[in-house]
Design a binder for this molecule. Structure first.
Ligand SMILES: [Mg+2]
Length: 146
């Protein structure tokens, strides 16, 4: 049955301003078995331009899954989440909030704004890899994406 897992190339958009987190997520995804193509953008404004195919992003692929940090420059993840989930063209793209914030208000707000799940960034390397693997196993290999 192992061969029956989803072999389709999955486009992932990572919106994250911390280069350390970006490196860890890239490394962890490389370890995994899924076929994925990762695009990394470092702020919310750029992410929305990419998703709306504005300016130099005319040819941008539509992501199958978005990993979204909350605290970022220019436009933060809360605004990006709200913008995506109120846009009829974009709202069905699953969004995983991946943030260092453990604030209850951020968690509640994210779900109120239709985040698909909320994960706090692990603190050590092993846990980080474990969490990315769990995301991969569930979101890239188990669920059907729209
Ligand atoms: Mg950040």
């Amino acid at each position: 049955m192992a061969e029956k897992i989803n072999r389709k190339l999955i486009d992932i958009l990572l919106v994250e301003d911390n280069p350390g987190d970006v490196t860890l997520i890239k490394e962890a995804l490389k370890e995994g078995q899924s076929l994925n193509k990762l695009t990394v953008l470092a702020d919310g404004e750029t992410a929305l331009a990419f998703l709306r195919r504005e300016g130099s992003y005319k040819q941008a692929p539509r992501p199958d899954l978005i990993l979204l940090d909350l605290n970022m420059p220019r436009k933060d993840g809360r605004e990006v989440l709200a913008a995506i989930k109120t846009d009829p063209e974009l709202k069905n793209i699953p969004i995983i909030v991946l943030t260092s914030s453990e604030a209850q208000q951020d968690i509640t707000n994210a779900y109120n704004m239709q985040a698909n799940c909320y994960i706090t960034k692990p603190v050590d390397l092993k846990q980080y890899f474990d969490v990315i693997k769990l995301i991969e196993d569930f979101w890239l290999k188990t669920v059907k994406l729209p």
